[in-house]
Design a binder for this molecule. Structure first.
Ligand SMILES: [Zn+2]
Length: 83
């Protein structure tokens, strides 16, 4: 266990997105991360870094592909000239 100069201590939190029980559902919220989180005004993380990354990727993907504007497929046949 680490305690930094701000008095934060490493803590074990449970990941909300982890399916099932057992090892892996818990993740370390380090003293350094807690200090950083507190500076940003965030509350305790509810997901491990891995699931946060997955969530973020899904969110970015959704926002980059608006459903109201269907993707127009190119009508041009795919012909490659080998000359
Ligand atoms: Zn997780």
């Amino acid at each position: 266990m680490n305690t930094d100069h701000n008095g934060y201590q490493d803590r074990i939190l449970r990941c909300r997105d982890f399916e099932g029980e057992g090892h892996g559902a818990e993740f370390l919220f380090t003293a350094g991360q807690q200090a950083h989180w507190a500076r940003l005004g965030f509350s305790d993380p509810i997901r491990c870094a891995r699931h946060r990354a997955i969530r973020k990727a899904q969110k970015v993907h959704r926002e980059s592909v608006p459903e109201t504007r269907p993707v127009r497929h190119a009508r041009r046949p795919l012909i490659v000239n080998y000359d």
